[in-house]
Design a binder for this molecule. Structure first.
Ligand SMILES: Cc1cc2nc3c(=O)[nH]c(=O)nc-3n(C[C@H](O)[C@H](O)[C@H](O)COP(=O)(O)OP(=O)(O)OC[C@H]3O[C@@H](n4cnc5c(N)ncnc54)[C@H](O)[C@@H]3O)c2cc1C
Length: 460
């Protein structure tokens, strides 16, 4: 059978896009299939703050993938945003891959400034954190900012448009395999495209579809943990001496009572709390602009409790979605509660919220009671972490602190993959968040480069 393309890429998120950039540079004939829209056509028809539950969410799907409207914090550490270090033993090799990712972002307009590279400030913060039993994990960050993230993706799109075929609103329904070797894909529309190599990067949004396909193809599937927690919003000055030096503060803490790990995640100085639609379940997230005119007066960050479940439990994603859906059931979306109200056993009302010092940046959140949503184990660990953080940054444990729920971070189901991210089907590669091996822009992009590198070796 003649082949239409040399490589087909499923999904135009960072994993797929970076793979494409690398492949076209070597002159390979590439087709990108994306179920969402081009960047400039991506939109959210939300009415009066309520999610319209579109069948293909314009915020999470389309050119640039899930993080296209994020503030693009690029974290260059093997400790964050994925598990690529499990595939690349040599840390130097992994760092080189990250540098390649960084170089591409810079070439397409990322700002030059790196936060968290001031050794003296990092050492001092480590000392202060360890004095209160918190581990501070340094991670240099390049902050694109929400407005620049869009521009960088636009620039990459312009580069790729002339060098490969990109089809939008093209949902892949089936991965075609013959004699345990990939041969192409079939779209929802019935169209078939053939290629000797396929890279599958469907992201978290594509997880249900990819899980189904993986099961149909008989691929080995493993469970991944699920992280559940809240988004915290405080006045920006409370953590200013920390965020001005390291921007994204990655703190890990073992909450004393349950001994579960609680971590800070996605810190947004002067940022906004936002809604996220995780396949119909409304959860919370955050972002921030580089442009000072668009700064808020608050800093927000997630506090997530990581829990590894043991046999016979096999459905961490369903469990996380179930907890988040309780907040949706009670509040029609995301709930917000003042810490003081939670500690006093009272729900937050609109009136109590209005009395608080911290003005919520997410207007659509419903004042409510998170103790009706989060299991005791999660809630207690979060409160213990807030108390510990207060010793590092006085004011975090204020009764005015706002807690939004629920924030959930899923890793997708994880496939058995080779060191070049090839699945058990020959020439079928799985990359990015949808493969269950990453959950951040840098590692997702790096995974795309890794798979592309192997394909180039095979086809050229
Ligand atoms: C609000 C938000 C803020 C974030 N902020 C940051 C941040 O600051 N820093 C950071 O490092 N990470 C951040 N992330 C995470 C980051 O965006 C993801 O880790 C990253 O986008 C994963 O890349 P990916 O290519 O694997 O998947 P995705 O970006 O999810 O892209 C997958 C693409 O595949 C398409 N697709 C799925 N199934 C199919 C199919 N069957 N056929 C065709 N197309 C399909 C989807 O439409 C989607 O466009 C954020 C995420 C969100 C949601």
């Amino acid at each position: 059978m003649s082949k239409d393309y040399e490589v087909i890429i499923i999904g135009a998120g960072p994993a797929g896009i970076f793979a494409a950039l690398s492949l076209v540079e070597k002159g390979l004939n590439v087709l990108i299939l994306e179920k969402g829209a081009p960047l400039e056509e991506r939109s959210c028809p939300r009415k009066e703050g309520y999610c319209s539950n579109c069948s293909c969410c314009g915020v999470l799907n389309g050119w640039g993938g899930a993080g296209a409207f994020s503030d693009g914090k690029l974290t260059f550490s093997p400790e964050f945003g994925g598990n690529l270090k499990q595939f690349i033993d040599d840390e130097k090799e992994l760092q080189e891959l990250f540098q390649q990712v960084d170089k591409i972002f810079l070439e397409h307009g990322a700002p030059a400034e790196i936060y968290g590279a001031d050794d003296a400030a990092v050492r001092e913060l480590r000392r202060r954190a360890s004095a209160v039993d918190i581990e501070f994990i340094p991670a240099p960050i390049r902050h694109l900012g929400t407005e620049n993230c869009y521009r960088v993706l636009q620039d990459i799109s312009t580069t790729l448009q002339n060098k490969c075929i990109i089809r939008f609103r093209s949902m892949v329904q089936q991965i075609l395999v013959e004699n345990e070797m990939v041969t192409g894909v079939k779209l929802e529309s019935g169209e078939i495209f053939s290629a000797p190599c396929v890279i599958c990067g469907p992201g978290r949004q594509g997880t249900p579809w990819f899980l189904q396909e993986s099961q149909r193809l008989g691929l080995t599937i493993q469970n991944n943990p699920v992280d559940i927690g809240v988004r915290v919003e405080i006045p920006a000055w409370v953590m200013e001496d920390i965020t001005s030096k390291v921007y994204e503060s990655k703190f890990h803490y073992y909450a004393p009572f349950f001994d579960d790990k609680v971590r800070t995640f996605c810190m947004n100085p002067y940022g906004q709390v936002v809604l996220e639609n995780s396949e119909g379940v409304i959860t919370v997230n955050g972002h921030s602009y580089r442009d000072k005119l668009r700064h808020s007066e608050n800093t927000n960050f997630a506090l997530l409790v990581s829990k590894n479940f043991t046999e016979p439990f096999r459905e961490p994603i369903r469990y996380g979605r179930y907890i988040a859906s309780l907040a949706n059931m009670l509040g029609g979306g995301v709930l917000v509660q003042r810490l003081g109200d939670l500690l006093a056993g009272k729900r937050t009302t609109g009136e109590r919220l209005a009395k608080g010092i911290v003005k919520p940046t997410l207007q659509e959140a419903t004042p409510g009671d998170l103790s009706l949503v989060l299991p005791y184990r999660y809630l207690r660990s979060i409160l213990e972490m807030l108390e510990a953080l207060d010793r590092l940054a006085p004011g975090v444990y204020s009764r005015n602190t706002l807690l939004y729920g629920v924030e959930v971070k899923f890793y997708s189901h994880r496939l058995e993959l080779s060191t070049s991210l090839e699945t058990e089907v020959e020439n079928l590669f799985a990359v990015g968040d949808g493969a269950g091996i990453t959950r951040g822009l840098v590692q997702a992009s790096a995974s795309g480069l890794l798979a592309a590198g192997e394909i180039i070796r095979r086809l050229r």
